[in-house]
Design a protein around this ligand. Structure first.
Ligand code: ATP
Length: 302
């Protein structure tokens, strides 16, 4: 049995003669929240549509729950819920009516509608016309609609796009609840790392249809090497002195020197060394490149 809810193996996809997805090998572990990241136009929506078989992949390149998608279309897609682009909501109906309609359509008992309203915290707004919902509430209703059939895998294409900070937090908390307490695997796309950094357990970064990084969020953090920033007087002399003493200088400005962070002990030694040799150190702190900058670095070099 495959441990991956989604696996693509060297996936290629073209629109006409334009290559949109190139040799893409995604591995989305069961139970993960997989942040699918990339700048605008990177190919995220196209990939999600391929995973939903809305766009057809070449044979033997896309596997859901270990099964090849084209040969097992119905069986695999039954286990998937999705929110791609705008949620399909009827504005003149209430949230509850939208969900009941979906239940009827899928032949599922109506009580599921109430269960879903509670799950996405819309019980209080159940009888309000959904046209009057805030964007965040509409997104949550969209997710509830995708969840009616109780799918194991949820594909969410930029679900926080256009939401205010409250809406973003609501959707973020909902994703964590679904993965942690309801056994869902979630693939969520975004062009902003900061938006999924706190929710994702795994990350795949693509640009121009190619996978540039894939791993756990901790592995991504490891890529952003910590630095030691030293605010010191006579920086030119101090840098030369540190270099002579065997330290590598990463960067140097008028007021500070930056060296790779090794340990707090080594930081203390550097401090003592500078002071003992007549330099005035006003501060010394560990700095880690934030993930957003790391993301920009990874995608700009592509
Ligand atoms: N139906 C289509 N026909 C031709 N080209 C398309 C079609 N749909 C998308 N593209 C092109 O494919 C590329 C990838 O688009 P896609 O929407 O997958 O990117 P994305 O990463 O989801 O970006 P965004 O965050 O802007 O939605 C873009 O260059 C886009 O213009």
């Amino acid at each position: 049995m495959s441990n991956f809810a989604i696996e693509t193996v060297g996936l290629n996809f073209n629109f006409g003669n334009q290559t949109i997805v190139k040799d893409l090998s995604l591995q989305v572990p069961k139970g993960s929240i997989y942040g699918f990241l990339g700048p605008n136009g990177a190919g995220k929506t196209t990939t999600i549509k391929i995973l939903l078989n809305l766009l057809q992949s070449p044979p033997d390149q896309v596997f859901l729950f270990g099964k090849e998608i084209n040969r097992n279309r119905i069986a695999t897609l039954k286990r998937v819920g999705a929110l791609v682009e705008q949620p399909a909501i009827y504005g003149h109906l209430t949230g509850k009516e939208n969900l009941i309609n979906r239940c009827i359509l899928l032949g599922i008992k109506k009580s599921k509608a109430y269960e879903m309203l509670a799950l996405v915290s819309l019980t209080e707004a159940a009888n309000k016309k959904s046209a009057k919902y805030s964007l965040g509430m509409k997104q949550r209703l969209g997710i509830a609609l995708a969840l009616v059939s109780d799918p194991e895998l949820l594909l969410l294409d930029e679900p926080t796009n256009g939401l205010d900070p409250n809406g973003i937090i609501e959707v973020r908390n909902l994703m964590i609840d679904l993965a942690t307490n309801h056994n869902k695997t979630i693939l969520v796309s975004s062009h902003l790392l900061a938006e999924i950094e706190r929710t994702a357990t795994h990350v795949g970064i693509i640009n121009k249809g190619q996978l540039l990084f894939q791993g756990t969020i901790d592995e991504l953090h490891l890529l952003s090497k910590p630095m030691l920033e030293i605010d010191v007087d006579k920086t030119g002399e101090a840098a030369a002195f540190l270099r002579q003493s065997g330290y590598e200088i990463t960067d140097q400005t008028a007021k500070k020197i930056i060296i790779p962070f090794v340990s707090t002990k080594v930081s203390g030694m550097v401090n003592t060394l500078l002071i003992q040799n007549g330099f005035t150190v006003s501060s010394l702190y560990q700095q880690r490149k934030d993930l957003e900058n790391l993301f920009l670095d990874i995608t700009k070099n592509n």
